[in-house]
Design a binder for this molecule. Structure first.
Ligand code: FE2
Length: 282
């Protein structure tokens, strides 16, 4: 098998084929994959579904896994892997308004943490016949395209992130007392610099960014709405139509994502996820 890397869209993303993900990668292939995620922000590695221990072993080649906050999703054998089932079991589980599903909101993973995960690896185990695509936006490109005055306006602003914000219409997964005690408000810059490439990007999470520091609520809401609209324009987007076994591997410092939750009731949609530790966005 030969490693091949092919861009998925003009905005971001590359497809990676020709790797056996059940075995350790050669140092040459590992270096090529690492370079590819620097260049493209998002990779799609084509594979068959891995077992949770295989998926954990594959992910560990790229960093140290971070245990996920919600305990009940953690796999019993490989706790660094979380199982995410988003199936609509009954018709009443699926709202008419997709905004009422939390995953529909554009976000960067775990921004409510002081040191949010750096990379996310998500593998599909079951997918519905239609819909359920995961969408990505290149927030580095969105920042680069801002007018100079807009960049300066955002330059030194910081925002408060929390497990939930009333700005989002849908509520997150309920937490246990232990889990709750591990979340609190944190402050991150609105513009961050990528630690490896030096590229600047907007750091915003529709589901967790509550307000801009030292700004009144109305002005803060207006600014955050403006950011949300700017960075999610179609020209920054790639929408991934899953195949079973695909691993999407993205850099939370360069992309935001959301899910098209419009898919048939009763069809299984299951993914497994590993998050790799990061440092404080700066
Ligand atoms: Fe996510």
């Amino acid at each position: 098998m030969t490693l091949e890397i092919r861009p998925l869209s003009d905005a971001l993303g590359a497809e990676v084929t020709g790797l056996d993900l059940t075995r350790p990668l050669s140092s040459k292939d590992l270096a090529a994959v690492k370079q590819a995620y620097m260049d493209h922000h998002l990779l799609c590695l084509r594979s068959a579904p891995l077992t949770p221990p295989q998926f954990a072993a594959f992910s560990k080649q790229f960093g140290e896994p971070q245990l996920q906050l919600v305990r009940r999703r953690r796999d019993e054998v490989a706790p660094e892997v979380a199982i995410h089932e988003t199936t609509y079991e009954k018709p009443e589980d699926k709202p008419d308004d997709m905004h009422m599903i939390r995953l529909s909101g554009w976000h960067t993973d775990d921004s409510f943490m002081e040191e949010p995960c750096r990379y996310t690896l998500l593998q599909s185990i079951n997918i519905p016949d239609s819909g359920g695509h995961t969408r990505f936006c290149n927030v580095a490109k969105a920042y680069a395209d801002l007018a100079e005055a807009e960049k300066q306006r955002l330059e030194n602003l910081k925002a408060v992130h929390n497990y939930d914000t009333r700005r989002a219409p849908a509520r997150p997964t309920a937490l246990t007392q232990t889990e709750k005690s591990e979340t609190h408000e944190v402050v991150h810059p609105l513009v961050i610099t990528h630690p490896e490439t030096g590229t600047k990007a907007i750091y915003y999470n529709f589901n967790r960014t509550d307000r801009v520091v030292d700004m009144d609520r109305a002005d803060s809401d207006a600014l955050l709405d403006w950011i949300n609209e700017k960075i999610t324009q179609p020209r920054y987007r790639y929408e991934h139509e899953w195949r079973v076994g695909d691993i999407l591997f993205w850099d939370n410092r360069g992309v935001i994502h959301s899910v098209n939750m419009d898919f048939p009731v009763g069809q299984k949609r299951i993914h497994q996820r590993v998050m790799l530790k990061g440092d404080r966005p700066a």
